[in-house]
Ligand binder design. Sequence first.
Ligand SMILES: Nc1ncnc2c1ncn2[C@@H]1O[C@H](COP(=O)(O)OP(=O)(O)OP(=O)(O)O)[C@@H](O)[C@H]1O
Ligand SMILES: [Mg+2]
Length: 233
Amino acid sequence: MIEVRHLTHIYNQGTPWEIKALDGISFRVERGECLGIIGESGSGKSTLAQHLAGILSPTRGSVFVDGSDMYTRQRGSNMRKEVGLIFQSPEDQLFEESVFKEISFGLTQRKNLDRREIKEKVKGICRELYPPLDELLDRSPFELSEGEKIMVVIASVLASEPEILIFDDPCAGLDPENRSKVLHQIEILRGSKKTLVILSNQSEGWVHLLDRIIFLHLGKIIAQGRLQDLLAS
Ligand SMILES: Nc1ncnc2c1ncn2[C@@H]1O[C@H](COP(=O)(O)OP(=O)(O)OP(=O)(O)O)[C@@H](O)[C@H]1O
Ligand SMILES: [Mg+2]
């Protein structure tokens, strides 16, 4: 369902600051799969995450979702509903004055929902999260702890009911308690049959959630496969 073909991304092309962040990578993600992409800092994970969400334009190559080009589609229509990106830093994604407004933002863009329905939907999403966010709805998202901020971002992305969720280093900078909350939430989403792509600079503590792993190094795929097969080789 997601097909990345010969994707290359060069920042500042043609200048002395040119950086090849992704170097001709190709892979597929099947519907319902949970794929891990692991690479050290600077390996190109965030660049790739933004391509999967159709935010960046490829220097070369393409990303297809269900057969159509992601970047063109994202710009043209309501593709956001199909792919949700949870950014590496929640601050890059949060912008509303209250948690309720943050989560309901996507819903208010839909013409067919009235205020009561939006409130019900937000409550429903909050109840499904672990831990539930009901208590935080009137707070400013910027005053929350790092762990709570990530949960608000996850809730706001879930509100637009995407089929595919991309997590860019969801546990980076979190303490062990918040890390395990986020991982628990990912486990719940995995059970709900969403397609998940999780990018991280380390695999410790969550590889059991993955159907398949891709190792990224300096913008290239250096190994990929099922965990058992990779360990065996
Ligand atoms: N906006 C940008 N302009 C120029 N270079 C960039 C930009 N964003 C990233 N890069 C460079 O591209 C390369 C890949 O960066 P990227 O952020 O995708 O890596 P990452 O694997 O997400 O790293 P981290 O684990 O630190 O988040 C790095 O060399 C980085 O310096
Ligand atoms: Mg990154």
